[in-house]
Design a binder for this molecule. Structure first.
Ligand code: ADP
Ligand code: ASP
Ligand code: MG
Length: 418
């Protein structure tokens, strides 16, 4: 069974009925603000955007590896930190970046104000560590923009309906940016990162990976859900549901990046497959004798992000992120179920809207894996994706071989996208 149903996204009330022209939301990831020089370069970029006539909101991530370092710090103090306190700790990194960027912008002679997620009006549910945005109250941002300021919003965080600081899950600054773009009715949401756009595969993994000019929301949802961490999955859901045009591009060049928009005819005519994505680790559980309703009810209750589900009576196999393992084991324990869990599998997926109208993608995928001697353990499909769980040690060569099979590194494939 394919699980391609994504969580719904709450309605976002724009601050005023009339649309505000010329607002741009620009999000910069961790490596884009990794040191003071880079932060100053980001400040110059935000100022340039304002000079060319835009109302500018910058959403910043924590500098470099700050979030990882804060998480490691917590674990040195406590083996299982309370989620509320963990959020208090790890939300700090984004605040540091924004305060520093505001100082740099002021030094350039422009007005700037930094805001925490809470001050910016990002209201979430109460699930610490992976909170969902339920409302955006953009009044304060709009007032600051009206007064001519560049507004810096700390990404990845909000305030819960019970007034606690929450975080939105790894990569969550993307979602902050898209939610603000929707609420402010921005012309577009620019995601500045350390690669030039969305590629046919992770460019750090596949040397021949190529930048895609445009990707549909549906393809990007599948790519994000199956490991292309360049955009957080929830940010793509939000963009699709609110019609936010996303532009993923490099912080370090002016090159045009990748546009994520509605599917158009040109996209359907293009190459069969848009990308090959992967994850290196996932935990795959095998549970016997459980009722699917109570099992997945308990996992939902524990806020576990279940990915693949395969049911063959009497067995249920499902996968979930490694970091959710404690919650899954607690939930299975509470239900008194017998299960096995393995951590030695990753997943390779081929994604492409062209698959809808062209048979044979599955055959070519399996033939490629067969030629490598790689045996898929669990296979799942959606209309535009085929995913195979394979041994972690085989992921890299499987991704490279599939990338070649579907000719994603050829200039010809790229031209067809144009
Ligand atoms: P940021 O800190 O800017 O949010 P991330 O590390 O979250 O950046 O995401 C960018 C990274 O995503 C890239 O450095 C790249 O290694 C990885 N990535 C994985 N798959 C893809 C893909 N298909 N296209 C582009 N980047 C990808
Ligand atoms: N700093 C957070 C993370 O590393 C959020 C983000 O960068 O989007 O996941
Ligand atoms: Mg990211």
């Amino acid at each position: 069974m394919a699980l391609s149903e994504y969580e719904g996204v709450p309605a976002v009330e724009p601050d005023s009925a009339e649309s505000r022209l010329g607002t741009v939301v620009m999000k910069f990831g961790g490596s884009s603000v990794a040191d003071p020089e880079k932060l100053k370069a980001v400040a110059r970029r935000l100022v340039a955007a304002q000079r060319s006539g835009n109302r500018v909101v910058g959403v910043l991530s924590a500098m470099g590896d700050t979030t990882d370092e804060l998480l490691a710090l917590a674990l040195r103090v406590s083996a299982r930190p309370k989620p509320r306190e963990l959020d208090m700790l790890i939300s700090v990194g984004e605040r540091v970046s924004c305060a520093l960027a505001a100082m740099a912008i002021t030094d350039l002679g422009h007005e700037a104000i930094s805001l925490t997620g809470s001050q910016a009006g990002i209201v979430t549910d109460t699930v610490h560590g992976k909170a969902k945005i339920v409302d955006v109250r953009a009044r304060r941002i709009n007032e600051a923009l009206d007064a001519g300021s560049i507004v810096l919003v700390a990404g990845f965080q909000g305030v819960s309906t019970s007034y606690d600081v929450t975080t939105l899950g790894r990569g969550g600054s993307d979602t902050t940016a898209v939610a603000l773009a929707a609420a402010l009715r921005a012309d577009s949401c620019e995601i500045y990162t350390d690669v030039e756009g969305v590629f046919t595969a992770d460019p750090r993994f596949v040397a021949g990976a190529r930048k895609l000019h445009a990707v549909s929301y549906d393809e990007m949802l599948e790519m994000a859900a199956s490991g292309a961490k360049v955009l957080q999955l929830r940010s793509v859901e939000f963009a699709r549901n609110h019609g936010v045009r996303l532009h993923v591009r490099s912080t370090f060049t002016d090159a045009e990046g990748t546009w994520i928009t509605e599917e158009d005819e040109r996209m359907l005519e293009k190459a069969l497959i848009s990308g090959v994505t992967h994850t290196l680790e996932e935990t795959v559980y095998r549970v016997e004798g459980a009722s699917a309703a109570s099992l997945f009810g308990a996992l939902a209750e524990a806020s576990v992000n279940v990915d693949t589900i395969v049911q063959t009576t009497p067995e249920i196999v499902f996968s979930a992120p490694v970091e959710d393992r404690d919650e899954v084991m607690d939930a299975l324990g509470r239900l008194g179920l017998h299960y096995t869990a393995r951590d030695d599998l990753g997943k390779v997926s081929v994604v492409g809207a062209g698959m809808k109208s062209h048979p044979g993608v599955a055959a070519r995928t399996f033939a490629t894996l067969d030629r490598l001697g790689v045996r898929p353990q669990v296979v799942t499909t959606s209309p535009i994706k085929i995913s195979c769980h394979v041994a972690t040690e085989d992921v890299e060569r499987a991704v490279q071989a599939l990338h070649e099979t579907f000719e994603l590194d050829s200039a010809e494939a790229e031209r067809q996208r144009g």
